[in-house]
Design a protein around this ligand. Structure first.
Ligand code: ADP
Ligand code: LRH
Length: 472
C-alpha cells in the first residue's frame, strides 16, 4: 500500500521531540529525529519556558527530517496545556510564563468575584486549577501586560504561527484555557470578560484537522528544504493527540495519559457539566472529532522526575530503569502520599517535600531512594485507580480495562500496581501516543488515510501491540 511521511513537533513538559511518521492503510511507523530537554528557566522572580530553545530544537529536528525524508508532506505541533505567549505587531512580547509559576493566587479570587465557579463550570466544563489560562491572563492583566498586547497565542499555536504565519486558536488547546464554551466550541464572552481579556486578543478558533497553509518560504529556505511543507493544526493539546492514539476498544475504556501529569478519563460524545462532576474534580476538555475528554488532571511522574533532578543536582547520573528495579524489590510498606497536595506542585527538593508531608502527618518518611521511588509509584497507582473508578461512576460506564500511554507505560511497576489497585487489566503503550496521535490526524488531513477515530485506533493496535498486566 502507498505510504507518506509527516512530521510531528511534540513538546511535553519534560522534553520535546521531532518525530516523522510513515503512514499508510496498514502502516504506522515512527522515526525520531530530535529529542531535547525542556528545562524551565527562573529569572527575575518568575519561572519561564525557554521558548526559543524549544523552537530551535524543533526546527533543527525538522531540517534533519527534511534532509533524510525528501517526500515529507506536512508538519504539526502539539504541546502541554494552558500556557501562551503575548504578541504585539506579530512579535512575541516576552518569555512565556510556566504554569508552575505561583503568580495566579490573587487572580483566582479576582475572577471568582466576577463569576461564580459553579457558573464557570457550567459554561466551560473545565476544572478550576490555578494553572488555567483564564487565571494566568487575569494575573497578566493586573500587571498591565495585556494593555501592551494585541494578541494571545497558546504555545502550539505560537509554533504554528512561526511555521506558517497564520494566527489561530486550535480548539483542543483552546479548551484548556477555561475561556471556551463547551456548548459552542467558541470563546465564551462572559468568561473572557471575567478574565479581563479584551476579546480582540483572541484569534479565530479552528478545529483539529485544519490545513493552515505552507511553511513560510524564508523558513523553508533557512531549513534547506527542497520543497515546502503544509502546516496542519492537529489536536494541538498533547493530551488530545495522545487520546487519538490510545488503542482502546470501540466500546471505550478508561485511559491514563501518563507523563509529567496523569490524565485519567474517558472519551465522551458530550460534556458532563454537572455539580457532581465539578466537585469530583473532573474536567471536560475538547478532543479530536468533536469528542470530549472527561478526565481528572492528576499528578503524574513529576514527583519522580523532580526527585531524580534533586539526586542528580550534585553531578551524579541516575539510571531510571535501575532505580525502578530497586524500588520493585522494596518489601517494607511505604506511606501513601496525597499526590495532588499543592505542596508537590512547585519545583524544588522533592525528597524533602515528601519527608515534610510525612512528618506533618506523623508517618515515617521513606528511608532511602528505592523506598522513595516505591512510595511515589504506589501512591500514583492508588491515585490513578481511584480516578479510574470515579471516571466510570461519573460517566455511568463500567470499568472493564485501563489503557496507559506515555512515558509511564514504560514503568512496569506502575502498570502492575495500577492493575492490582484497580482490579482490572491494564494495557500499556504506546509510549509515544502523543506523537502518534499528531501523526495520524495529520495523515488523515493530508489524505494519506481516512477513517474514524476507531479505525485510527485499530491501526495503532495492530502496529503497536500493548503489553497486558493482569491484577495479581
Ligand atoms: P511529558 O510528555 O510530560 O514530557 P513523557 O510522556 O515523555 O512526559 O514521560 C516522561 C516520563 O516517563 C519520565 O519522567 C519517566 O518517569 C518516564 N520514563 C521514561 N523512560 C522510562 C523508562 N525507560 N522506564 C520507566 N519510565 C520511563
Ligand atoms: C499534559 C498537559 C495536561 C495539562 C497540563 C498543563 O502534558 O497537557 O493535559 O493541560 O499539561
Amino acid at each position: 500500500t502507498p505510504t507518506g511521511h509527516v512530521a510531528a513537533l511534540d513538546f511535553g513538559a519534560s522534553s520535546g521531540r521531532v518525530i516523522v511518521g510513515e503512514v499508510g492503510r496498514d502502516v504506522l511507523r515512527m522515526r525520531q529525529f530530535a529529542r531535547f530537554a525542556n528545562r524551565p528557566v527562573s529569572a527575575g522572580g518568575r519561572l519561564h519556558w525557554n521558548v526559543l530553545a524549544l523552537w530551535q530544537g524543533a526546527i533543527d529536528g525538522l531540517a534533519a527530517a527534511g534532509r533524510e525524508v525528501p517526500d515529507l508532506m506536512s508538519v504539526a505541533t502539539d504541546t502541554w496545556g494552558v500556557d501562551y505567549g503575548l504578541l504585539r505587531a506579530g512579535r512575541l512580547l516576552g518569555n512565556p510564563a510556566h504554569y508552575r509559576d505561583e503568580r495566579t493566587a490573587a487572580a483566582l479570587a479576582a475572577v471568582h468575584a466576577r463569576i461564580a465557579p459553579e457558573s464557570m463550570y457550567r459554561r466551560a466544563g473545565v476544572e478550576q486549577l490555578p494553572i488555567n489560562t483564564i487565571y494566568q491572563l487575569a494575573a497578566d492583566g493586573a500587571e498591565g501586560l495585556l494593555d501592551a498586547a494585541d494578541g494571545v497565542l497558546m504555545m502550539p499555536d505560537l509554533f504554528s504561527y512561526w511555521l506558517s504565519g497564520r494566527r489561530v486558536a486550535e480548539r483542543t488547546i483552546a479548551s484548556t484555557t477555561g475561556l471556551l464554551s463547551a456548548a459552542s466550541g467558541q470563546w465564551d464572552p462572559e468568561l473572557v470578560a471575567a478574565a479581563g481579556v479584551p476579546p480582540a486578543l483572541l484569534p479565530e478558533v479552528v478545529a483539529p484537522g485544519t490545513r493552515l497553509g505552507p511553511l513560510l518560504p524564508e523558513l523553508a529556505d533557512a531549513l534547506g528544504l527542497a520543497h515546502s511543507l503544509e502546516v496542519v493544526a492537529v489536536g494541538a493539546h498533547d493530551t488530545a493527540s495522545a487520546v487519538v492514539a490510545v488503542p482502546m476498544p470501540a466500546a471505550g475504556a478508561v485511559y491514563v495519559s501518563c507523563g509529567t501529569w496523569g490524565l485519567v478519563g474517558m472519551e465522551r460524545a458530550a460534556p458532563t457539566l454537572t455539580e457532581e462532576a465539578r466537585l469530583a474534580g473532573f474536567t471536560n476538555e475538547s478532543g479530536v472529532d468533536g469528542r470530549f475528554l472527561l478526565m481528572r488532571n492528576a499528578m503524574g511522574l513529576w514527583l519522580l522526575s523532580e526527585c531524580v533532578r534533586e539526586w542528580e543536582s550534585g553531578g551524579e547520573r541516575i539510571d531510571l530503569p535501575e532505580l525502578l528495579a530497586a524500588a520493585s524489590e522494596v518489601t517494607a510498606k511505604q506511606p501513601t502520599l496525597a499526590v495532588d497536595d499543592p505542596l508537590f506542585a512547585a519545583p524544588g527538593d522533592m525528597p524533602a517535600r515528601i519527608a515534610a508531608w510525612c512528618e506533618q502527618r506523623g508517618v515515617p518518611a521513606p528511608s532511602g531512594r528505592p523506598e522513595t521511588v516505591r512510595c511515589i509509584v504506589e501512591s500514583l497507582a492508588v491515585s490513578f485507580a481511584s480516578a479510574a473508578r470515579d471516571t466510570a461512576r461519573v460517566a455511568n460506564a463500567p470499568l472493564t480495562q485501563i489503557n496507559i500511554v506515555g512515558g509511564g507505560s514504560l514503568n512496569e511497576l506502575l502498570c502492575q500496581r495500577l492493575a492490582d489497585h484497580a482490579g482490572v487489566p491494564v494495557f500499556a503503550g504506546p509510549v509515544e501516543a502523543t506523537a502518534l496521535g499528531n501523526v495520524l490526524l495529520q495523515a488523515r488531513t493530508m489524505g494519506l488515510i481516512d477513517g474514524s477515530l476507531d479505525e485510527l485506533r485499530e491501526l495503532v493496535r495492530r502496529t503497536h501491540i500493548p503489553v497486558r498486566y493482569d491484577p495479581s
